[in-house]
Design a protein around this ligand. Structure first.
Ligand code: DQA
Length: 143
C-alpha cells in the first residue's frame, strides 16, 4: 500500500489547546489528541509542527509542501490576516486542507475572512478537534 506523508501545521496559540478558552476549543491538549489521531491512520506517516511566528509557518509550508503529499493547516489567527501564508499555500505542490476547531462563521466578523481557503482543496470548521481527523480522511481521498 502506498505510504502517504502528511503534516499537521498549527498556528499561534494552538500550543495552549486544553488551557485556552476550553468552552470554545475544548479541554484536550493537541499532543494528546495527535496520539489518538495518528493511531487511527496506520498507513499514514505524520509530522507535526506548531509555531506562534508567521514566518516560521511560511517556512514550514515551503519545506513540507515539497516533501509531503498533504498538509492539514490550522493557521489560527493568521488565517484572517496573512497574505504571506495564503501565498505559501498556493506556491507548494502539496494538497492543503484548512481546519478550524471552532465555527469561525458563528464568531466575530474578522474571522469570516480567510487568506487560505481559495488555495485549499477543502475547509473543515466547527467540529472541534475531530476536524483534523475529518481533514485527513478528506485529504487521503484527494491524493
Ligand atoms: C481557530 C479560529 C481562529 O479565528 C482563531 O484565531 C484561532 C483558532 C480555530 O481553530 O477555531 O486561534 O483557527
Amino acid at each position: 500500500m502506498h505510504h502517504h506523508r502528511l503534516v499537521i501545521i498549527n498556528g499561534p496559540n494552538l500550543n495552549l489547546l486544553g488551557k485556552r478558552e476550553p468552552e470554545v476549543y475544548g479541554k484536550l491538549g493537541f499532543e494528546d489528541y495527535l496520539n489518538t489521531l495518528t493511531a487511527k491512520f496506520p498507513t499514514v506517516s505524520f509530522d507535526y509542527f506548531q509555531s506562534n511566528i508567521e514566518g516560521e509557518l511560511i517556512d514550514a509550508i515551503q519545506k513540507f509542501g515539497f516533501t509531503h503529499d498533504g498538509i492539514v493547516l490550522n493557521a489560527a489567527a493568521y488565517t484572517h490576516t496573512s497574505v504571506g501564508i495564503g501565498d505559501a499555500v498556493k506556491a507548494v505542490p502539496a494538497r492543503v486542507v484548512e481546519v478550524h476547531i471552532s465555527n469561525t462563521f458563528a464568531r466575530e466578523a474578522f474571522r469570516h475572512v480567510s487568506y487560505i481557503s481559495a488555495h485549499a482543496v477543502g475547509v473543515i470548521l466547527g467540529f472541534g478537534l475531530d476536524g483534523y481527523e475529518l481533514a485527513v480522511e478528506g485529504l487521503l481521498k484527494k491524493l
